[in-house]
Design a protein around this ligand. Structure first.
Ligand code: GLC
Length: 600
């Protein structure tokens, strides 16, 4: 069974199961021009992809955990927001030791989230609204509850079942010392010792993340075969693509050496090994075998931009997350450099860039951009780091215009369209993230960006679940109703109103569909300072006319002084006023921490 997107699917804009009322005016605009984007085989090059963290999006059955029924109720909201695709974080059977990134069965939906039939329905319903589905595949490790791992433990040392993982005797006479001193992504050792059936201490197994996430041995043919089969399983069910979890980590040096102090390219024993490329070439062949080719999106955390780009060669992944941009501080020089090095690194492999402001692992932009140090690093996360949310919100609004105007695809993490802050005062006993526990409580963990969404002003869980249902799995903070979808839908000045407009304008503006991009160092003949980012999209020739539909200029003021805007510019969008385009007096100056899209 293969769900292909047909033109008929793409234009149909209604569905009986979609519960979110009438489309907004912006949504109508988005809908009007949705057809060509949806029908294009290159949709992924400039798509807007919305990340659903299933557990926290909407709770359809009222048990306190988000589920597929909840997503289905709000597909209309996502259509109106103007997204092209949804990326679902893992929805498979899982003990949820790492929020679902510990998969026990890749072909079944966790009963807390729904059923396989429901997932198929959801994919089809989204497709009817012109929204594609990207699912999350976790190839580096499985859950310790996965059949393969349970069989490996039971079969004992030297068994073929153990060869699918990295079981190893310990060092020292009694085998009580860890095989390597590799450090886990969640801190601590990457090895856990097993217990033999007779109760004696046994071999150790490798887990780059938590002990509940044993690493697979990608040198084993079963592992490769199984994953290609999993891809087909979901592609056959209509998934338009996959997000590849921890994509640069799968392959390990079988000699298990220690990590060198300064590993050169390809020399790290468990990150960015050259053998990875062959795996992704195999996956690309699977993806390309479908009539509408499926898309591979890599979670590739690599500082080396040239090595990063190698994953995006034409026969490997289509795109990969641009974490460099995401981690940069709110600083014009730093962001300009990131944009430029991103575009330079992607050009030789002809892959489009991606623009990411956040995801389910990192501090929400509103909170991060309000900090004195607004860069992001996992190792720097601490309780009690001050932030100025008003500044953060202004900057996050400007960052929305910046990121949506850059050439490539755009990722939007659920709740960022509401301007939600990181929840930094979760009760300690509510926290579930292993990153928190494995740091001995020093790292607050990632739950602060995973708090269930507020849909309505009131109600038991602000509309996350039905009224009278269970409390959400993470408590919502005081005042959550004021930032709810309901509250923001009635407010022209809200972050939601801004995002709807940004996405609708992006869809409607041909200048933003291609890849043409040029920095500007002056505006209307006035030189711009170092604190301003300005660039032109569309026709980037010197003599291109601003009154032409083919040109759009984005200006972002990251300084502390106003920047003059050309008097004759038409303001399409303004991050700092409700709707710049609707005001009779277009602004002549751009205030600090704001951005505009101009036709000039
Ligand atoms: C990725 C996921 C993260 C998860 C980790 C291990 O980085 O985004 O949430 O903890 O992989 O699977």
């Amino acid at each position: 069974m293969a769900h292909e997107l047909t033109e008929e699917d793409a234009v149909s804009n209604d569905h009986p199961r979609v519960a979110d009322g009438e489309p907004t005016p912006d949504a109508t605009l988005a809908q009007a021009v949705r057809e060509p984007a949806a029908a294009s085989p290159d949709w992924w090059r400039s798509a807007v992809i919305y990340q659903v963290y299933v557990r926290s999006f909407a709770d359809g059955n009222g048990d306190g955990t988000g589920d597929l029924a909840g997503v289905r109720q709000h597909l209309g909201y996502l259509r109106d927001l103007g997204v092209d695709a949804i990326w679902f974080t893992p929805w498979y059977v899982s003990p949820l030791a790492d929020g679902g990134y510990d998969v026990a069965d890749y072909r079944a939906i966790d009963p807390q989230f729904g059923t396989l039939a429901e997932a198929e329905q959801l994919i089809a319903e989204a497709r009817d609204l012109g929204i594609r589905t990207i699912i999350d595949v976790v190839p580096n490790h499985v859950s310790s509850e996965h059949e393969w791992f349970k069989a490996a433990l039971a079969a004992g040392p030297g068994s073929p079942e153990r060869e699918r993982f990295w079981f190893h005797p310990g060092k020292g006479e009694d085998g009580s010392e860890i095989p390597t001193r590799w450090v886990s992504e969640f801190q601590g050792s990457t090895w856990t010792r097993t217990t033999n059936p007779d109760g004696t201490p046994g071999e150790w197994y490798l887990h780059v993340f938590a002990p509940e996430q044993p690493d697979l041995n990608w040198n084993h043919p079963d592992v490769r075969r199984e994953h290609e089969d999993i891809l087909r399983f979901w592609f056959d069910r209509g998934a338009a693509g996959i997000r590849i979890d921890s994509a640069a980590q799968l392959v390990k040096d079988p000699a298990l050496p220690e990590v060198p102090a300064h590993p050169g390219p390809g020399e790290h024993p468990h990150v960015d090994r050259d053998e990875l490329h062959d795996i992704y070439r195999g996956w690309r062949a699977v993806a390309d075998s479908y009539e509408e080719p499926r898309v591979l999106v890599g979670e590739v955390w690599l500082a080396d931009r040239a090595r990063f780009a190698q994953y995006l060669r034409p026969d490997e992944m289509h795109t990969a997350f641009n974490f460099d941009f995401m981690a940069r501080p709110w600083d014009a020089k730093a962001l300009r450099e990131s944009v430029q090095t991103t575009l330079d690194a992607h050009a030789p492999v002809a892959a489009p860039a991606t623009w990411v402001l956040s995801n389910h692992d990192v501090t929400r932009p509103v909170t991060r951009y309000g900090r004195e140090d607004s860069s992001f690093a996992f190792t720097a996360k601490r309780f009690g780091t001050p932030t100025d949310l008003e500044t953060g919100r202004r900057r996050a609004r400007a960052a929305a215009l910046l990121s949506a105007a850059l050439p490539g695809s755009l990722y939007l993490y659920q709740g960022d369209e509401l301007g939600l802050p990181e929840v930094e005062d979760l009760p300690l006993d509510a926290i579930q993230d292993p990153m928190h526990f494995r740091s001995d409580g020093v790292d607050p963990g990632r739950d602060g960006c995973r708090v269930p969404l507020p849909w309505t002003r009131g109600g038991t869980s602000h509309g996350f679940g039905p009224d009278g249902g269970a409390q959400p799995w993470l408590p919502q903070p005081h005042g959550w109703g004021e930032v709810s979808v309901e509250a923001q839908s009635d407010d022209e000045t809200s972050v939601l109103a801004l995002y709807r407009r940004v996405l609708a304008t992006r869809r409607a503006e041909p200048a933003l569909h291609g890849e043409a991009f040029r920095w500007l160092d002056s505006l209307g003949g006035v030189a711009l300072g170092d604190d301003v980012l300005a660039f032109r999209r569309g026709d980037t020739r010197d003599d291109a006319h601003g009154d032409d539909d083919g040109v759009l200029t984005c200006v972002v003021n990251l300084g502390t002084e106003d920047v003059p805007l050309p008097a004759d510019a038409e303001v399409l969008l303004h991050s700092g006023t409700p709707h710049g385009a609707d005001t009779s007096e277009p602004p002549t100056r751009l205030a600090p921490d704001t951005a505009v899209w101009l036709r000039a």
